[in-house]
Design a protein around this ligand. Structure first.
Ligand code: HEM
Length: 225
């Protein structure tokens, strides 16, 4: 069972994600949007959206450090395991709290608002909200219960090694199977979210206009008279 869940499912989810994006781009390019509801409500969006997106960037940064950088590398630059643990738990709780606060505000705004708002909820996006909630809930729950207030669980020799192994086609499902169950649920839901991604409004992530950061500013001049 663990081979299917943690050895096969990651690749299947990745393949669905890739093929799904190609399909969406070819057949629904005009639907490739965040489907913003800014015109319906602005006040709560102005608070929830920056919190959610800042939290997401913090969570991505934390995952990159925790999952991609081996313990030997942090030790080599002089960071003791204890110091790493403090940074990881502190940063993880902060990132998760900002992300969750944004998500809660956006969810309440979307589901408690007027009926026309609810009409803009597509079924594929509703599934995505559920997957996002389960993934973030079990991630933050695991961090709080097991690491911040519990006995502590070092995911670097297990989950992180499993994760990196996926990219060199050396999956070691037994490592994930030995992890605490909240992290297992977290990872399975995250993989489902990755597979479901192309069919939702999350595709807008790939269209962030980063060019605006480096392109020369537009200079407005009066036309020559
Ligand atoms: C297969 C991919 C993923 C793996 C292997 C993974 C692994 C982990 C691990 C090990 C933790 C616990 C960190 C700790 O206890 O300090 C965690 C926490 C968390 N994860 Fe993930 N995760 C993945 C994908 C995602 C995704 C897609 C999301 C987006 C919703 C996410 C959101 C979170 C959040 C909010 C936390 C709690 C805050 C934090 O510690 O950063 N994870 N994840």
């Amino acid at each position: 069972m663990s081979t299917i869940l943690f050895g096969v499912w990651p690749y299947l989810a990745g393949a669905v994600c890739l093929v799904g994006h190609v399909w969406r781009w070819r057949f629904d390019q005009f639907g490739w949007t965040s489907r913003t509801s800014q015109l319906m409500e602005k006040r709560w969006l102005a608070i929830g959206s920056p919190l959610f997106h800042l939290g997401a960037l913090m969570v991505i940064g934390g995952h990159a450090l925790g999952l991609l950088v081996p313990a030997s590398a942090t030790r080599a630059v002089g960071l003791s395991d204890h110091a790493y643990h403090l940074v990881a738990v502190g940063g993880g709780v902060a990132a998760g709290a900002v992300f969750a606060a944004g998500a809660v505000i956006l969810t309440i705004r979307r589901f408690l608002s007027r009926a026309r708002f609810r009409l803009s909820n597509r079924p594929a996006d509703l599934v995505m909200y559920a997957l996002l909630g389960i993934t973030a809930g079990f991630g933050l729950g695991g961090t709080l219960v097991l690491n911040a207030f519990g006995q502590g669980y070092d995911y670097r020799p297990t989950i992180a090694v499993w994760f990196r192994g996926l990219f060199v086609l050396d999956p070691r499902p037994e490592l994930m199977a030995a992890a605490p169950w909240p992290y297992q649920v977290h990872v399975l839901a995250a993989l489902a979210l990755i597979a479901w991604w192309p069919f939702t409004r999350l595709v807008h992530v790939w269209s962030v206009p980063l060019g605006y950061l480096i392109r020369p500013p537009i200079v407005y001049r009066r036309p020559p008279s």
